[in-house]
Design a protein around this ligand. Structure first.
Ligand code: 5AD
Ligand code: SF4
Length: 454
């Protein structure tokens, strides 16, 4: 099989969440394993794979448009194939299956979230015999962890500990396209983590739709705190995780922020709304009071923990009073970062059939008000860093200025600093340097390197 792909090129377009980005690393690993070479643009690529997201409508329609626009794209000179191969995977692949090839006849391969590993065989069949190859499974037999991976960065790794979701928040399509929650064994996770540490990885981010319920399917009770202990014990420098559901965040896990050396003082804790009425309609199964209590407990353990969240504005039936509850909650918590979304109706979810009569302009106005507040609070939260020295894990240079190094603080803030004289960025990527913060902006800190190995 490998001869077929030898000398071919591929590019992957990834939409959506970290789980998708991780899946893309697996797809890249498999294609490279077949002898294909990664390239940056569709023009240079013989194989174009889209790893798709359908959480909101915008990415959904964009995918159909993007594939449609490739209809007349000719084969690359030097390509081993007689046509440009296009594959769609991820959440839209899972949801739409053959509907994709019906609407987009020039699309060759569709695969789903449960069968990444089938891609090489599907591409081979499409290349050799032509026609549409569509394979979507209802559930996974195994974890994709057995597949090869080509990680985006040598110093950072995403490590899925669960896939799927059992929560059925009423607005969300994820449980329908990623299936029921399935956990990997503790041993399997610890082994993969140790492998990364031995290979020089500095930061591991544990992934799952709701990491806090990790283990319930395997062990009858959540054992996420033990996952944290096991990964910390590998000697990893920095440990993070996403995403946490407030209803399942336990005191045990909160306590780990105070005891585990590697666990970074930052937590993404999606609140979605500050109104109890809306939280109930969303089927979130916690109250505003419970959420604020979690924040209090977290701050009792790590007083300056950086908190981030997701908020949906304009859920069906949201009133101005409901919105103000959200607004006040954001004011009270003082998040470092808030990802704000306008509610997007997803067919097949319970919220899609709820009455939704708030005018678009009203929702947009609430959204704009919230974004203003979020920016103001993020700016305020960053001011604490002014004058302090922070350890920065260097990721590369600033996009706009290659003489400025860019990396992350423990709180996951982006930090910029001029590259020290005579130092090449390649020497610093993946290392930790100390930066004295001279200026704290809304979305980043800027400062000066005071020591090259913190
Ligand atoms: N509309 C808007 N935002 C949504 N999210 C999930 N589903 C929807 C939807 N239908 C948001 C939630 C979630 C984040 C990943 O995307 O805030 O936490
Ligand atoms: Fe969607 Fe809720 Fe599951 Fe998150 S917890 S993936 S919002 S259903």
């Amino acid at each position: 099989m490998s001869n077929l792909f030898e000398g071919s090129t591929f590019c992957i377009h990834t939409f959506g969440c970290q789980m998708n980005k991780h899946d893309s690393e697996r797809v890249a690993g498999m294609l490279e394993g077949l002898g294909a070479l990664p390239v940056d643009t569709i023009e240079e690529a013989d194989i174009v794979a889209f790893m798709t997201c359908c959480v909101r409508e915008a990415a959904d329609t964009r995918l159909y448009g993007q594939v449609a626009s490739m209809k007349n794209i000719s084969v690359r000179e030097g390509s081993p194939f007689n046509k440009r191969l296009i594959a769609v995977g991820g959440c839209i692949g899972q949801r739409d299956g053959a509907k994709l090839t019906d609407e987009l006849p020039h699309l060759d391969v569709v695969f789903g979230t449960h069968n990444l590993g089938s891609l090489p065989a599907l591409l081979t069949a499409a290349a050799q015999e032509g026609g549409h190859r569509v394979e979507v499974l209802d559930a996974a037999d195994d974890f994709s962890s057995s597949l090869p991976t080509d990680r985006e960065n040598a110093w950072a790794a995403w490590l899925p500990i669960t896939v799927g979701c059992n929560n059925f928040c009423t607005y969300c399509i994820v449980p329908y396209v990623r299936g029921r929650e399935k956990s990997r064994t503790l041993e399997d996770i610890a082994q993969e983590a140790q492998g990364y540490v031995d290979a020089g990885v500095k930061e591991i981010t544990l992934l799952g739709q709701n990491v806090n319920s990790y283990g319930r399917d395997l062990y009858g009770e959540p054992r996420f705190a033990e996952v944290l202990d096991a990964v910390d014990a590998t000697g990893i420098e920095r440990l993070r995780f996403a995403t946490s559901h407030p209803k399942d965040l336990t005191d045990e896990v909160i306590a780990r922020f105070g005891t585990l050396r590697s666990l970074m003082p930052a937590l993404h804790l999606p609140v979605q709304s500050g109104s109890n009425r809306i939280l109930k309609a969303m089927n979130r199964r916690y109250t505003r009071e419970h959420y604020l209590d979690l924040v209090k407990k977290l701050r009792a353990v790590v007083p300056d923990i950086a908190l981030s969240t997701d908020i949906i504005v304009g859920f069906p039936g949201e009133t101005e009073e409901d919105f103000l509850e959200t607004y006040r909650l954001v004011e009270e918590v003082g998040y470092n970062q808030v990802f704000t979304f306008i509610y997007s109706k997803r067919e097949g979810t319970p919220a899609a059939s709820m009455e939704d009569d708030t005018p678009r302009e009203v929702i947009q106005e609430r959204f704009d008000r919230l974004v203003d507040l979020v920016q103001r609070k993020a700016f305020e939260a960053n001011q604490d860093e002014q004058g302090s020295v922070v350890p920065v894990l260097v990721e590369g240079t600033s996009k706009r200025d290659t003489s400025i190094l860019a990396g992350r603080s423990p709180k996951n803030q982006t930090v910029h600093a001029p590259l020290p004289a005579g130092v090449e960025i390649d020497e610093l990527i993946g290392t930790t340097v100390s930066v004295k913060v001279d200026e704290a902006r809304t979305w980043y800190l800027s400062g000066t390197v005071v020591n090259e190995d913190a």
